[in-house]
Design a protein. Structure first.
Length: 76
């Protein structure tokens, strides 16, 4: 089976902060079904990213993090 066609890339962080954000941004179950991305669910996930990242960074003292999210389709 091919690798999941969705990847989440986090830039600008390192260490424990990065690990916490990556855990908060794990691909939700059901986003990929039979090798196909559920586009509406992906868009919902994308809209949730800023809040998820802010919540993941709060324990480290970052209470007003600036977060941006972009979606790109990468052709193979």
């Amino acid at each position: 089976m091919a690798a999941d066609p969705v990847q989440v890339l986090v830039e600008g962080l390192g260490g424990e902060e990065l690990k916490n954000v990556q855990a908060a941004l794990s691909v939700p179950p059901g986003l990929i079904r039979e090798g196909t991305v559920d586009r509406p669910l992906l868009e919902i996930f994308q809209r949730q990213i800023p809040e998820r990242v802010k919540n993941a960074l709060a324990p480290f003292g970052y209470y007003d993090a600036q977060v941006s999210a972009a979606m790109e389709k990468i052709e193979k």
